[in-house]
Design a protein around this ligand. Sequence first.
Ligand code: GTP
Length: 458
Amino acid sequence: MKRSDSDFFIVIGVFLVAYLIATISDFNEHWLSWASAYSMIGLEDLPIGLSFLSFALGWYAWRRLQDASVSHQQLSETIEKLQTEVEERMLAVEHAQVLSETKNEMLESEYLRNKKLKQVRMMGDALAAAVTLTELQEISVKYLKNIIPDHTVAVLFANKSFKNWGLAGAWGKHKDKVYLNVKLEECQVLQQGKAYIDSSNTQNMLCSNANLTTIKSVACYPIASHEMQYGVLHIRSERLTESLLSREEEQRVIEVCNTIGLHFHNTQLRTELSMASNRDELTGLLNRRGLGSTLKREIQTSQLQGYDVTVAMVDIDHFKQYNDSFGHPEGDKALKFVAETLAKNIRSRDVVARYGGEEFILVLPNTSKLEAYKKLKMLIAKVAEDSESVPECQRTITLSVGIATCPGDQKNEEALIKSADLALYAAKKRGRNCVVAYKAAASTVADPAKVIRTQQID
Ligand SMILES: Nc1nc2c(ncn2[C@@H]2O[C@H](COP(=O)(O)OP(=O)(O)OP(=O)(O)O)[C@@H](O)[C@H]2O)c(=O)[nH]1
């Protein structure tokens, strides 16, 4: 209803109420008596005038009151509106804050995620460049530390025989409580070749790394490839938690472990291949190819350290006759016997190689010519003596040996071997079963054996 309409009804209502009151209270009578009283003093119109005035004043007051109530209402509405607006704005600010915090959190987690992905890529490159299994272990530990920095983690790798998995690195709050070794029989990951995640029952586990009273949750992942278990990644927590890693983190860890496993597999294959190509099949000793790099390295080291390295060329005497008499298989057995006897009776840093046929080479670092001479005489005697009693040998086996020393006789590996060969030739000429040392002058004369013979050390 419009305001003018309500005013109209209010006026009519007031009039009716006034009329009713006037009727009930005999107002007419009073009015007539007031009118006659005032007419006596010449103011007969005053009551009616006053009535109109009071009515007008009443009307005016009523209107003001109404106006005031309307303004009050409008003011309340405006205040309410403003309050709503303020509340809405505050909500908007709060929302914006939450959004900005979420955005910051997202940016931070995105930054960390990218950082970890970068580490994964860098680890892949470093692993690809590694040559040995030891290098692979070191690289894996270094990068895994950056990829899983927020937990207690231990990385264990297999030893050569794949019987023990030893600790290669550990980090995090409880790293000191990690056991150094894990055996196949106590590790479900190694046995089954798949991840093991436990957040409740670790105290009943076989693994000594997990059944500590303080450990409540573990997550272990295999580092494997082609069914070979190269290592275990062990993550632990003192908290009982559904999952130590988020789904994304776990996926990343599994991929990283697979990558490390693959590199271990490739490197192991490479090592085996290179070992095979450097080894003599019959005796298991280094072959001529394997000897080349070893001798070169030993000569370089001896030059740096300033000591002698002596090379001995060893040849079985009358081996053709041995083969002819007892057959090639028996000849093989005798070759193996000589190889084993030589290998067993030298120092760990000495090297013995099969140079070809019935010829062997010994590399003796930090050994003078005289020391080598004595050593080789002892070896000849040992082979001869043992060959008389072992079933692998059909008769006494004697050896002839030529020795040459670096840097006294020669300074590079080829020349050194050639000199030892010349000395061996002299030993054969001398009647076999003996050691002859090379003398520099021998290589320049027609019959070096004659010169060398005069230089033999007896
Ligand atoms: N059973 C066997 N014999 C081999 C092997 N490699 C080389 N031989 C033999 O070794 C013999 C070497 O003979 P020679 O070079 O004539 O020398 P030798 O008979 O030992 O005579 P000297 O060296 O002068 O004492 C040959 O009969 C080869 O067949 C091998 O792997 N197994």
